[in-house]
Write a protein that binds this ligand. Structure first.
Ligand SMILES: [Zn+2]
Ligand SMILES: [Zn+2]
Length: 348
């Protein structure tokens, strides 16, 4: 009889529950990871609340950490030792599409090629006691790093990809719009990059947290014209980089108004709904500014993220809003969707 494992599924809207299914067996060339923790990202929250509609039951979970439980035939046990703590890049990169051939695996269009035939239900699969992964999805992480911090490997990797797109340089001004978890991670990374960091966020407690994490100046866009204020703070020049971490199109428009000549605007967050904004070609011509985006963790940003967490260069402790046993998954989801929380983590 097959061994069993527990998983957390979303069987219907606003509900999370534990189910018991067959535990996957390790396969040749693959690594079986015993999951220790999985964070509930906006993606999982949207599945739970129905903002994103997916067939149910659904297994979420892409911000995972665990230990190697077994390796398949052909996998070097010295390179992948059983018991080693790891983080997993669950995002699939096929290696053969246009983006992958440009070394930008985060833009891969063939995510559906990922082999998830071992899973009992559709989904990404982090919210399970075991995950079957390819070697190139596994990143070694410091064994002493608490699981709630190790779960940040994926979101921090997304942010480091964004920071890379912003081309930050020491001494420059950076604006981060939005003080949610992704905005706060941008603040930490921009500060470490040697920039003066300006945060625009209407919520007082979020502005205070940004200050603790390295923001030099916080502005309240409900009290001042955020674009004018950034211009004033930068002697009329604008910021060298602007990261928009909100899903509001009017704010995306503001982000473009804040950037300096030759500067870069990074549209970090996904847009719901995705309403077009206006950009003047004449202004682009005269400013040589760049407008770009950042999505998912790249292969290289994931590596740097794991290093930064392992070595304590980035400590996400203040962004952890709770660690829940997986039997309390309903409470974990309900806490995660509250606007005043950052990351909630489910422990297996
Ligand atoms: Zn995520
Ligand atoms: Zn690809």
């Amino acid at each position: 009889m097959a061994e069993k494992m527990d998983i957390v599924v979303i069987p219907e809207l606003n509900k999370a529950e534990v189910r018991t299914v067959d535990k996957p067996e390790v396969q040749p060339g693959k690594v079986l990871v015993r999951i220790l923790g999985c964070a509930l990202c906006t993606f999982e929250q949207r599945m739970f609340t129905g903002v994103a509609n997916v067939p149910k039951p659904f297994i979420g979970g892409h911000e995972v950490t665990g230990v190697i439980a077994a390796v398949g035939e052909g996998v070097d046990e010295k390179q992948f030792p059983v018991g080693k703590h790891v983080a997993a890049r669950t995002f699939y990169s096929c290696g053969h599409c246009y983006a992958c051939r440009h070394d930008e695996g985060n833009l891969c269009e063939n995510g559906n090629e990922a082999d998830r035939s071992w899973m009992a239900y559709p989904g990404i699969g982090g919210l399970q006691q075991y995950m079957l992964l390819d070697r190139n999805q596994i990143y070694m992480i410091n064994d002493d790093l608490p699981l709630e911090k190790a779960c940040f490997a994926e979101p921090l990797a997304c942010v480091l990809n964004s920071i890379e797109r912003g081309h930050l340089e020491i001494g420059e001004d950076v604006v981060v719009i939005g003080g949610g978890i992704m905005g706060q991670l941008h603040v930490m990374c921009a500060k470490l990059s040697g920039c003066r960091v300006i945060m625009s966020e209407p919520d007082g407690p979020r502005r205070e947290l940004a200050k603790k994490l390295g923001a030099d100046i916080c502005i309240d866009p409900t009290q001042v014209d955020a674009v004018e204020e950034v211009k004033r703070l930068t002697d009329g020049e604008g910021a060298a980089a602007v990261f928009n971490t909100t899903a509001v199109s009017a704010v995306a428009q503001q982000a473009i108004g804040m950037v300096a000549k030759l500067g870069t605007v990074v549209m970090y967050s996904s847009q719901h709904p995705d309403k077009p904004i206006e950009v003047s070609p004449g202004w682009l011509h005269n400013s040589e500014a760049n407008i770009t985006g950042a999505v998912s963790p790249s292969i290289r940003s994931f590596r740097r993220s794991v290093n930064a967490l392992s070595k304590g260069i980035i400590d996400p402790e203040l962004l952890v809003s709770g660690v829940f046993d997986y039997h309390d998954c309903q409470k974990a989801f309900e806490t995660a969707i509250r606007p005043d929380t950052f990351r909630c983590i489910i422990k297996f």
